[in-house]
Design a protein around this ligand. Structure first.
Ligand SMILES: Cc1cc2nc3c(=O)[nH]c(=O)nc-3n(C[C@H](O)[C@H](O)[C@H](O)COP(=O)(O)OP(=O)(O)OC[C@H]3O[C@@H](n4cnc5c(N)ncnc54)[C@H](O)[C@@H]3O)c2cc1C
Length: 390
């Protein structure tokens, strides 16, 4: 039965993950009238922003992203202050492996004045005996772990505090153009009218793109968006290792690119009882057409690969995972975000497995683009959209 909710808004933001929550917060704090529509609840358990652990790091081979992290961190600090909540825990990060190029990463951090050290494998093993480093290691202490779900809730609460309306259980089915704006229709048959729409639907975006009344030229110019059902595993810290290895305080986050596997890990936080390290293979999950097709089932072959990896490279962890989960990566081919607008409809896909750390900045970029107050880096927009949008 269609619900009767006040049916018009200046801005409707669809999806209350990190991207949508940040956009709603930015728009509402600028005095715009905002409705945030979410098919489930904020930080939906089957989306990409649930749980307590995402890596925050400055190390990128491309200085553009390192500079963006610096900008984002200022906004994270503002968010923490405004919400009175601690959102990033500073564990530091190690980057290593033959394909990770720690030396290049160190030069980028040096260029931006970010504290770091380049260590030999032996020096790093002395410092973190729980990790079997195989190459030089970049250490930067400013990295840490973002509590994703708490961050979403903090941004939604601030948005609501600025007058935004959160509507949960409202699943967008389609958008059509009206004379002055857009009419949104839900899967249950509810409608809502909006002057401007921001779609931040994470892994559901590929399934929605054809329903948004987007001009064919805009659609054709978008990068290919693929969705992977990723999996992450939690391994307990070995008691016998004592000292640095016995608790999250001694474990940094890591990214390790070996020839045959790209792995990352981080203290798992609340998600698995604060007892271990979350470890995953980057882009190790299966491709699915969109989030609607996710099964939530862990692939046993991936579990075996990650367990083998832990046995080989992480001697400070127990060999059997004590918890596991799936999550969605929404990827563009070059891992740049998609933040684009045509007419008064903005599309966000800030994932590619590395979007969490940019969340408040993505909200700022999206709000700038949606309102016309500013623009976004050209690499996030298709060539056709620049021509179509004023
Ligand atoms: C396993 C994993 C590890 C990651 N690790 C890191 C990391 O270490 N560092 C980092 O920086 N980033 C990381 N990321 C990336 C980061 O988490 C994502 O960039 C971010 O969560 C994406 O947020 P989103 O808002 O775009 O998508 P989502 O969080 O999926 O939000 C989309 C929301 O839209 C809602 N929705 C969808 N369709 C509709 C509809 N039709 N109507 C209404 N609502 C709808 C969904 O319910 C959902 O709540 C990781 C991601 C994953 C999955």
């Amino acid at each position: 039965m269609p619900r009767s909710i006040s049916d018009s808004a200046e801005y409707v933001v669809v999806g209350a993950g990190l991207a949508g929550a940040a956009t709603a917060w930015q728009l509402a704090s600028r005095g715009h009238q905002v409705t945030l529509l979410e098919r489930s609840t904020p930080a939906a358990h089957d989306g990409s922003s649930h749980g307590s652990a995402r890596i925050f790091r400055y190390a990128y081979p491309d200085p553009f992203y390192t500079r963006a992290v610096l900008e984002s961190k200022r906004l994270w600090d503002g968010l923490a202050a405004a919400s009175g909540t601690s959102l990033i825990t500073p564990f530091g990060a190690v980057d290593y492996g033959p394909e990770r190029n720690p030396r290049l990463l160190a030069s980028v951090l040096a260029g931006e004045g970010i504290e770091h050290e380049l260590l030999s494998a032996a020096e790093a093993r002395d410092r973190w005996p729980q990790i079997a480093f195989d190459t030089e290691v970049l250490w930067h202490p400013g990295a840490g772990v973002i509590d994703a779900e708490t961050s979403v809730n903090a941004m939604v609460a601030l948005a609501v505090g600025h007058g935004a309306r959160l509507v949960t259980g409202w699943e967008l089915h389609s958008v059509e153009r009206t004379g002055t704006g857009y009419r949104l229709r839900s899967a249950a048959g509810d409608t809502m009218v909006a002057g401007n729409v921001v779609i931040s639907a994470g892994g559901w975006l590929p399934g929605l793109l054809g329903q948004l009344a987007l001009p064919a030229g805009f659609l054709a110019g978008l990068p290919e968006i693929t969705v992977r059902q990723e999996q992450a595993f939690h391994f307990k810290y070995r008691e016998s290792d004592g000292g640095a290895a016995s608790g999250a305080g001694g474990w940094p986050t890591f990214i390790h690119k070996a020839a045959n596997i790209q792995a990352y890990g981080l203290p798992g936080g609340r998600d698995a009882g604060l007892a271990g390290q979350k470890v995953a293979e980057y882009n190790g999950g299966k491709l699915i057409p969109s989030a609607c097709e996710q099964t939530g089932e862990v692939d046993p072959a991936n579990r075996r690969r990650v367990v083998d990896y832990v046995g080989r490279y992480l001697p400070g962890l127990d060999l059997e995972p004590y918890a596991e989960t799936t999550c969605l990566f929404t990827n563009t081919p070059n891992e740049d975000f998609l933040i684009d607008r045509v007419e008064n409809l903005t599309v966000l896909s800030p994932c590619s497995g590395h979007g969490a750390k940019f969340a408040p900045l993505i909200g700022q970029w999206a709000a700038d683009l949606a309102t016309g107050a500013g623009t976004v880096p050209g690499r996030f927009r298709s060539v056709t959209s620049s021509a179509l949008t004023t």
